[in-house]
Design a protein around this ligand. Sequence first.
Ligand SMILES: Nc1ncnc2c1ncn2[C@@H]1O[C@H](COP(=O)(O)OP(=O)(O)OP(=O)(O)O)[C@@H](O)[C@H]1O
Length: 321
Amino acid sequence: MHALEVRNLVKRYSNVLALDNLSLSIKEGEVFGLLGPNGAGKTTFINCILGLTSFDRGEIYIFEKPLNKALKELKWQIGIVPQEIALYSNLTVYENLSFFGSLYNLSGRVLKERIEFALEFVQMQDSMKKQVKNLSGGMKRRVNIAAALLNNPKLLIMDEPTVGIDIFSRKLILESVEKLSGSGITIIYTTHYIEEVDRICTSVAFINKGTIIEYGPKEFLIRKLSNNNIIRIKLGRFKDEAISKIKKINGIEKTSFSENELIITANKSSNLIKDIIEVLSQEQCEIISISYEKPTMEKLYFAVMGYTIDEKGEVVHEISS
Ligand SMILES: Nc1ncnc2c1ncn2[C@@H]1O[C@H](COP(=O)(O)OP(=O)(O)OP(=O)(O)O)[C@@H](O)[C@H]1O
């Protein structure tokens, strides 16, 4: 079943086209990362699917129900962690959670148990009596997450939950998403931190200028979008002739050799390792190790967004469209 299906969504703010025919679908149970730079349209997208902002065109289905129906019938199964902290600062952590729980019609023992579970989940039990105004930004964000989990949602939407918070809270938030992953809950997680998507998401969509450039399961995208394989071969004894012969193998795009390491960039479609080993053994070279370099999510992201990264790791070049 699809947790979310969006078709040709268009949203305009006067002269800004914030969402430009955006389409995507998210399967139930996925931790889905929506990754894009500032102003890409992430928050507008989230606001549209939550019915918080109107849109000009398109269709949205949540758990296969049209948006209006879904928001009426499934409202209590959707947890939201908004970008802005949405808590009462003069109330304590516990009082805030009691209030949000009562909005879900939770009361008595069930409410108490759900609050205890949510507090433990975000590791805030020790701070439950503190007023929210006395908490750090990261702790407030964790209370927001606890509030979103009170009703045991089927769909959890987290809009840039780690922006501007301390490292410890960030670590806890990422760990809590990891704990939820695989439990059946669907999570939509917007961010502009590539390493977060790499760590916690099962699928990812690259969004820019209001449109989805690519999306799918992470491993699928890495296979689809990486243009080549990089093979590293550490040699003991070697002959220059072997290196020259390897350069000529069909499918090899680039080679470099320094400090006894041969780095080969090979065409994605070719499996050349057998040919390379054959040359090395014919030339009686000593192979110490062979490894494949996996393309990183970061390299993939910049490539998809139209940038390249040089050897020093700097973004150097925008490819004009
Ligand atoms: N209320 C608004 N009125 C006019 N323009 C808006 C409004 N909200 C967003 N925009 C514009 O729509 C575009 C998409 O903005 P949005 O906030 O959805 O992007 P975002 O990816 O969430 O960015 P960020 O990571 O900075 O939060 C931007 O060009 C933004 O300036």
